[in-house]
Design a protein around this ligand. Sequence first.
Ligand SMILES: [Zn+2]
Length: 637
Amino acid sequence: MRSLALLLSCAAVLAAGCSKEPEPAPVAATPKPAAAAPVDHDEHSYAEPQKVAIDDLALDIAVDFDAKTIGGTATYTLDWKDKAATRLVLDTRDLTIAKVEGEANGAWAPLQYALAPKDAVLGSKLTIETPARNAKVRVTYTSSPEASGLQWLTPEMTEGKQLPFMFSQSQQIHARSWVPLQDTPQVRYTYSAHVTSRPDVMVLMSADNDPAAARDGDYTFKMPQKIPSYLMAIAAGDLVFKPISARSGVWAEPAMVDKATKEFEDTEKMIAATEQLYGPYRWDRYDMLVLPPSFPYGGMENPRLSFITPTVIVGDKTLVSLIAHELAHSWSGNLVTFSSAKHGWLNEGFTSYVENRIVEALYGKETSSMEYSIARNSLKKEIGTMPEATQSLAVKPGTTLDADDALSAVSYDKGAWFLQFLEERFGRQEFDAFLRGYFDHFAFQSITTEQFLDYAKKNLFDKHPNLVTDAEIQAWVYGTGIPANAPQVQSRGFSNTDTARIAWQGSGQLPNPQLTGGWVTQQWVHFLEGMGEKLTVEQLKQLDDAYHFTGTANGEIAMRWYPLTIRSGYVEARPEIARFIERVGRRKLIMPIYEELVKTPEGLALAKESFARARPGYHPITTGSVEALLAKASAAP
Ligand SMILES: [Zn+2]
């Protein structure tokens, strides 16, 4: 998705996960003067956490595959900060509320409540009257079959085709579609859950999953560390476990588990490398759940259980930087969290930087340089087309931006670039120690960009005066474009790839197979990205005969090769293009292909046909993106 400038519906953009996948550049953004609300107010939530905050959540819920609902009770233990407050406001979306009760003197009694009409973006505000400021409040509810944060798959849409599958995607503001919550990262709480389901599916949550748990339809979970609501997660299906180490392993469908465990076998080494750099892993277990190909993102950093797309399982571990990314979130994001989506770079920029350090520690500088280079080439291309207001990492306090502007490649890649800039200025040793101290200092807190800058001033900038100027920091954080002092990365592997491509384009002579035989995914990606707008059909055929790009199982190659073939009129690839976009629902991989298809009438027809077939299996987030694109293309003169 990094190279796209595509209009999405507001709801789809709010779906934006961290998830390693930046959002497309927003089409329009207007900085607005802040309203009278406090500066750190989260405009994506109705909650009033400065008055009362959820301290603990106890769920007792049933997963109903026939009705496609999750329902039961949510019991909140509350921390009343304002002793004069008389109401608890929760976020909900498409929930049916059956009953609200408050506990007083050990007994439950009904409370008055009002569910407001639905706002398209924020959902329905649930206002509960609590004149007694009850220590505990309990809501009985049911989710809608159309819950924006859940996807229900029939058995036919799974690998094994025997059992149905269900999974959540709560980031940014979809947790409220399956649990009534203060759905803002400004509130952190512990949770426990008792979950029932049909007995033949395994249920997992972002909690203490037991690898030895019996599959019996009755499960209990505990999350003893305080988390923000967007990290609430649940999944259920034909899931089996295979260990990687004593504290890490893979949950997947039986047909996928061996392949996934092999692909991700370096995970324990990644955890150890990150602990070496930034201090202990604080979440006990680190497991990965491999989802069906319809998962709309690369991954989602649900604590203790990252959700992972199967599209990174390519057999040679060349795409496991995704695992490094989701793991890195255990420090940046899950431990130290942005206080609202407009500080997105605190999660994603830091995570992209830590991801790259993990990749360097395990696979060497050359691999980490290639990854930086691909991301930055794309950012450089994209940032020039973005509205100026969205080119900065953060907006100055006193300005608010549309929710749509929160998470783009700027948050991810410019954020990581800024941290690499600081690392170079202060030296790796000093900067690593600083970052480790930062994670300790703000552990289990949700913070703003300004809190980070204050901390950095005291603990880094002022300690080593004259290494950076205030103007440089301001330009990186609040400025547009890429600062001229941005560090450059060099990759020997990419120089070879460039040489091979240029030679072929000049002479028609393909590079020596001994050379290309050793290429990794990143080099093929770079090889294709340098091809320019179009090639001749003969050139594409020559490449295809030699490298079999059409029909590739590697989505990173597919998302670059197929648009090139569409632009160049190489129709031989079309059947495989249709197969790919109908099988995979990960937006980053398929949106560039749809984008290219809709530019011609024949392509648009193919896109519509494929979408019609794929739609039942796509996630609501992907469906929203494709629908918006097709509608825009169909409306164009
Ligand atoms: Zn992320």
